[in-house]
Structures are given as C-alpha cells and as structure tokens.
Design a protein around this ligand. Structure first.
Ligand code: PLP
Length: 425
C-alpha cells in the first residue's frame, strides 16, 4: 500500500444514511476465487472415477501432508468440517464425559458444542479487552481438579497468547487444542499455528480463507494422537486394520476426493492472498487508528503472521455522540462498507450451550460428581466478553481485505465521515 491518505469525503459530508452521497458504490471482491487450475483438478477427479478418499493415497491424503507441512506440523487428518475437527481432536487427546474444558466465549458456537458433543463441560474464561483473544490468566483461574484441556481460539486469524496458554497447561497438566478455524497460515514467534500445543483444528467451510465448500483438518506433531484422530474419523478403524475391523467408537467424517482436489489448488493461492490481506490490514491499522472512537485489534509483538480471516476493531460510542454500534453499522452500510457486529452473544448466553450443559451437569450431580455449571449467565458473565459482544466488536470480512488500495481508502474515509457527522449531531 503506497497511499497514506484516506480518500476525501464527497460533497457536504452528509451521511448516506441521511440522503447524502455514499462513500462507495463499487462492490468488494467476491469469494470464492477460482481459476482453470481448480476446474482442471475437479474434472480430473471426476474422470478418474475415484471419488471417495478411503485409501492412504489420492487428493485428500496428499492435502493432509501438504497442509500439515504448511502449518509446520508433522501429521494431518482431514475431516468433514471444522466442528468435527474439534470433536475429533478432543476425543483424540482423551477427553471423557464430564471432564471440563476451558474455552473463551467470544468464538463461533462450535468451540463449545464440540466439547458438549464429547459429553464434557465447557467452562468459560474471559478474553483480553484489546484483542478479544483468550486471557491465559483468567483461564488459569477457571482450572478445577476436573479440568483436562484448554481450547485457545485464534479469533480473526490472530494467534492467541500461546506462551501463556502453554504455561498454564504445563502447570496443571492440561491438553492444549488450538481452534485455528480462522487462522490458516498464521504464526506465533515464527512457527505456524496448529501444532504449538497437542493438536490444532482448521475449517475449510465456504467463508474461510481456504475453502472447499466444507471441510476441516486436525494437525499435530504426535503420531499416536494423529492415529487416534484418524480412527475416530474413519468409523473406528485402525490404519493397518481390516475394513470391517472397528476398534474404537468412531464416525464417518471423511472428505470426498473432490474436496481434496479443490483444497490442493486453493491452498496454492493462499500465500499471495495472505500477503495481500496483511498489507491491507496494516494500512487499516494505521489509518483507522486516526479516527476517534475506532480502535483496531491490538497486536501482540509475538504474532509473526495474522491470517486476517476478519479485520476486527473496537467501537467507542462516546466518540460518536453516544450513538450505539447498531447505528454505526447501519451508517457504514449506507456508505457502502460491509461492516458487521460479529458475535453479539457470548457463548455462555447461547441457549444451545446452556441447555446441553445443564443436561450433562444434572447427570453429573445424579452420579454424585462435582461439575462447574453456573446457575445463570449473569453469574457467569465475563466483563470483556460482554463488552466485545454487546457494544464494541466490529468486523470486516476477509474478502474485503482482498480489495485494492481504493477499497481500503474508502473504508477509512467512510469511518471518518461517519464519526465527523456523529460528532456534529
Ligand atoms: C472459531 C471457529 N471454530 C470452529 C468453526 C467451525 O468450523 P465449520 O463451520 O467448518 O464446522 C468455525 C467456523 O465458522 C469457527 O469460526
């Protein structure tokens, strides 16, 4: 990015919301992005007649090796989606019913429901106020004798404080799983995320930075753990066993070869797209910080690569004449900038989580076992997660960050225009 100036606002500065001229009418880049290489890969798979991924060779097997290597991990086990990847990783590290797993509440619901699907109990810890990433100190406060694991979620594609999380895990003998569904290619102190702890999981769902419509993977440096995950995802078979030999409880979570083909060709595009997102995000970090009331997600100096699945910033309504986030989102949309409030409900307030956890907690109590299950979301409320979901968090999606220089200038120009108008009102 060579430009250093946001675009001057048009006309009188009257908000598009109030009938003024929008800052932008052109769309941001569409997603997915594909070319002849993707078409060719799919057609080749079609013509091969080999559509399933039962063998240890083929597109899916090659992708497992290639993606694991890309993430600095030794092993990869592809599965149907990122939610399944989390459940498989949890089962792989040995999580049992009524174990407790510490997770942040500022994440997609799957981080919690994958824990619940194993019969374990998600216990929530707060996020850091300036990054919305898991707070290792609060994670440690939530450890009980029943805690077995922590899931560090790399929200937006920025790695969580893995030194802090791994320290807590070491002190309390806990497993660490990275939920890297949003963090393809991200790195922490020069090492890619995924196998910094025991295992890491990624999603290839259609909005993700690597997309095959659906898909997921578990990566790890632990061969035995990879084999256990493979078994869970392959109806309980073992790698060298017979077809009808089922040694553990498992599911059919295999990807099809079509997805493997697309993942291989899409992965080739990631490094250039990653660079472009980072370059644009750096411009936004610098320029949006100049707009009163806009605070870009803070960056830990130990983060050496941010995947920018989302561009996150905090909104401070006091700099916008007291107008709330919903108003800001509407005003920015009218200016042609597709911001969103992102996660508006901390997961401890999500009915799906509350109901399922209550069920397991009742079973635990009936069995005379202790379990962490607050009686109401108010009892559990975590201040930083409340603020992030309730009033502060604003997102731009990864496809916006694939835009050109003009697009980034329009984002900054619109935010400045909206702030000035709100300040005047
Ligand atoms: C943080 C996080 N975890 C898990 C998932 C689940 O991935 P999938 O949608 O592939 O099941 C997602 C997807 O949105 C996510 O963002």
């Amino acid at each position: 990015m060579t430009a250093t100036q946001p675009r001057a606002e048009s006309g009188t500065g009257q908000l598009a919301l109030d009938g003024g001229t929008p800052m932008r009418t052109a769309p941001f880049p569409a997603w997915p992005i594909w070319d002849e290489r993707d078409e060719q890969a799919l057609i080749e798979t079609l013509r091969s007649g080999r559509w399933g991924s039962h063998a240890n060779t083929g597109n899916v097997a090659t992708f497992c090796e290639r993606f694991a290597a890309y993430q600095d991990a030794q092993h990869g086990v592809a599965v149907t989606n990122g939610t399944a990847a989390l459940e498989v990783a949890l089962r792989g590290v040995g999580i049992q019913p009524l174990d407790e797993v510490i997770i942040p509440p500022y994440t997609f619901v799957a981080t919690a429901t994958a824990v619940l699907a194993t019969g374990a109990i998600p216990v929530f810890c707060d996020v850091l106020p300036d990054t919305f990433l898991i707070d290792p100190a609060d994670a440690e406060r939530k450890v009980t004798p029943r805690t077995r694991a922590i899931i560090a979620v790399h929200i937006a594609g920025q790695p969580a404080d893995m030194d802090g999380i791994l320290d807590v895990a070491k002190r309390h003998d806990l497993k660490v799983i990275e939920d890297a569904a949003q963090a393809h290619g991200a790195s922490w102190r020069g090492r890619k995320v995924g196998a910094l702890g025991d295992a890491g999981t990624f999603s290839f769902q259609s909005s993700k930075n690597v997309n095959a419509g659906e898909g997921g993977i578990v990566v790890t440096n632990d061969r035995a753990l990879a084999d256990r995950c493979w078994s869970v995802a392959n109806v309980g078979r073992i790698r060298e066993g017979a077809w009808y030999q089922h040694e553990v409880m498992g599911f059919n979570l295999r990807l099809a070869e079509f997805q493997g083909a697309l993942l291989l060709s899409q992965l080739e595009k990631l490094p250039e797209q990653f660079e472009r997102r980072e370059r644009n995000a750096r411009f936004l970090d610098r320029e949006l910080a100049k707009v009163p009331g806009i605070l870009p997600q803070a960056h830990d100096a130990r983060v050496t690569g941010h995947a920018h699945h989302l561009y996150v910033f905090r909104y401070d309504q006091s700099a916008f004449g007291g107008r709330d986030r919903a108003w800001f989102v509407k005003a920015m949309h009218a200016e042609g900038i597709p911001v969103s409030p992102g996660y508006t409900t901390p997961l401890y307030r999500m009915n799906a989580v509350i109901e399922e956890r209550r069920k397991w907690a009742e079973l635990a109590r009936a069995a005379g076992r202790k379990v962490t299950c607050p009686s109401s979301p108010e009892e559990e409320a975590l201040p930083n997660a409340e603020r992030a979901c309730g009033e502060q968090g604003i997102w731009l999606g990864q496809t916006v960050l694939l835009g050109d220089e003009r697009g980034m200038q329009d984002i900054v120009g619109a935010a400045a225009k909206v702030q000035r108008a709100a300040g005047r009102a």
